[in-house]
Write a protein that binds this ligand. Structure first.
Ligand code: DX5
Ligand code: ZN
Length: 220
């Protein structure tokens, strides 16, 4: 069975204590750092870019999973690779030449993934699936942390897992938005294996224990 991974979203970290929060993730049961890049165009919010990612990379001992919520991400792939991205995911909705962009990510030495907004049909993935290390299904409308998980995601995970199995692939399915201890197990049962968690981790009294609890639930 594929091991289940937890990727705390640094969007919910305390930017005034970025080194402390990076080290908390290093010393926890988390697997990756989830890094949300927003440009104020593709999504109605602006987060952070290369200098902040480089600052996290300086202290991080685990891979950086960089989620690009920007228009025309192909303009910046090499720069994100240079500042330390290990995995780069781009939205299907953000780039015209998706196949070229996925190849570009791999040529830059990173693992490549595609993100779908909540109601983008899964069928758009059919031909590009073999090129992808991971598919990220949004379980909220991208742009902000702390939103409520949308239940339609369970059905989408099941259908995507079926599509991946039918093609004989081992593509990861990552879920992003509103993931908590209340829905993670059901998401695993539906076929997901990688989980982003922002507010649930960083707004808790003990983020390290919250990460462990999520990881234990996902692998139970
Ligand atoms: C939102 C981002 C998410 C966000 C998740 O567009 O892609 O990664 O940080 O935050 P929570 O877990 O609080 O929903
Ligand atoms: Zn994200």
């Amino acid at each position: 069975m594929t091991s289940k991974l937890i990727a705390p979203s640094m969007l919910a970290a305390d930017f005034g204590n970025l080194q402390r929060d990076t080290e908390m993730v290093n010393n926890s049961d988390a697997d990756w750092f989830h890094i949300d890049v927003m440009d104020g165009h593709f999504v109605p919010n602006i987060s952070y870019g290369m200098p902040v990612i480089a600052a996290i990379k300086k202290h991080a001992t685990k891979p950086l999973d960089v989620h690009l919520m920007i228009e025309k991400p192909e303009r910046y792939i090499e720069e994100f690779a240079k500042v330390g991205a290990d995995i780069i995911t781009v939205h299907y909705e953000s780039t015209v030449h998706l196949h070229r962009t996925i190849r570009q990510i791999k040529d830059a030495g990173c693992k490549a993934g595609i993100v779908l907004n909540i109601t983008t049909p899964l069928t758009v993935l059919e031909d590009i699936l073999p090129e992808c290390f991971m598919i990220l299904l949004m379980s909220i409308n991208p742009g902000f942390g702390g939103q409520k998980f949308e239940d339609i995601t369970y059905k989408r995970v099941k259908n995507l897992r079926k599509m991946i199995d039918e093609q004989g692939l081992d593509t990861r399915i990552e879920i992003d938005g509103g993931v908590t201890d209340k829905n993670i197990k059901k998401l695993v049962e539906a076929g997901a294996d990688t989980f982003v968690a922002g507010s649930h981790v960083f707004k808790s009294d003990n983020p390290t224990a919250t990460i462990k609890a999520l990881k234990d639930l996902a692998n139970s």
